[in-house]
Design a protein around this ligand. Structure first.
Ligand code: ADP
Length: 161
């Protein structure tokens, strides 16, 4: 699959949560999603929505792993939620065991830029921008996650039509 890139407008938080459901349907062990964007862009909302959708529980506690750096969830697809804002060095990411985690589960990584290029080369980029008029998200990368994601979007469009 060649490089895929799309921009989706998210007019409100509900739209972000619908996108989270589509991502959750597509997510599989080995997938690494890098969530970037300024403070307040909606990274945590999206990550929490994805984890809750996989859990099938929209009230599951999903605290920001700001101080622990990673929080793992033993779900249908095991998911580890990283917040690298306070990462000291790329070595520290090694110690958190990202490579091992990806052998059996998926990873959602907030503040991936703190890892200075040590994320897997096939990590999918989700870049949030915007302000008062909702948000835009640019999704780009290559690989099987995106093929599954495109199918889950097509299925939603079909069901919504
Ligand atoms: P970050 O983790 O990037 O700092 P948050 O996920 O905490 O950002 O989101 C900040 C605020 O933006 C929250 O109040 C959330 O409800 C709101 N928000 C999230 N997505 C959208 C959207 N698509 N449109 C408008 N507001 C949104």
């Amino acid at each position: 699959m060649s490089e895929y890139r799309t921009v989706i407008h998210l007019p409100d938080e509900a739209a972000t949560l619908r996108l989270a459901e589509d991502i959750a349907l597509a997510l599989a062990p080995g997938d690494c999603l890098a969530l970037s964007g300024d403070l307040g862009a909606g990274k945590s909302t999206l990550a929490r929505g994805i984890i809750r959708a996989i859990a099938g529980d929209d009230r599951l506690e999903v605290p920001s792993p700001t101080f622990t750096l990673v929080q793992s969830y033993d779900l249908r697809v095991p998911v580890s939620h990283f917040d690298l804002y306070r990462l000291g060095s790329a070595d520290e990411l090694d110690e958190l065991g990202l490579d091992e985690i990806l052998e059996t589960g998926a990873a959602l990584v907030e503040w991936p830029e703190r890892a200075e290029g040590t994320l897997p080369g096939d990590a999918i980029s989700l870049f949030l921008t915007g302000g008062d008029e909702g948000r835009d998200i640019e999704i780009s990368g290559t690989g099987p996650f995106l093929e599954r994601f495109i199918r889950s979007r097509v299925a939603r469009d079909f069901l919504d039509a």
